[in-house]
Design a binder for this molecule. Structure first.
Ligand SMILES: [Zn+2]
Length: 117
């Protein structure tokens, strides 16, 4: 008997609003976001996960070489982990996080637009 629920497909996955990494909610809860946990603080906090991630995203791409991917180009960082990333994410990060980003000199751009690079 399989223990994997048949509905455990993309519907159950959530995308981080900041870096658009796609993970299972349990992964966000256990480990937070591997890229922006410092800012998002989702680890062990379902409420934060609800605010900072979304199920409304389009397309998933596997990023195995983050340094040369569009993810890295967009964020101008090579610190991104390998993994699955959403091509487009609807919604935006909470205002306090956006402010925090600005304080750090990072300009937040919601990933719900079509301007790829
Ligand atoms: Zn993230």
């Amino acid at each position: 008997m399989s223990v994997i629920p048949s509905q455990a497909k993309s519907k159950q996955l959530r995308a981080c609003l900041l870096c658009s990494i796609v993970q299972h909610p349990m992964d966000f809860r256990k480990n937070g976001c591997p890229n922006c946990e410092e800012l998002m603080q989702m680890k062990g906090s379902p409420d934060r996960i609800n605010i900072c991630t979304t199920t409304y995203f389009d397309g998933i791409i596997a990023v195995i070489d983050p340094e040369s991917s569009w993810v890295a180009r967009w964020q101008r960082t090579s610190k991104y982990v390998r993994g699955m990333y959403a091509v487009r994410v609807k919604g935006r990060v909470p205002e306090d996080i956006e402010t925090e980003l600005e304080n750090r000199g990072i300009k937040y751009r919601p990933r719900d637009q079509t301007d790829q690079d």
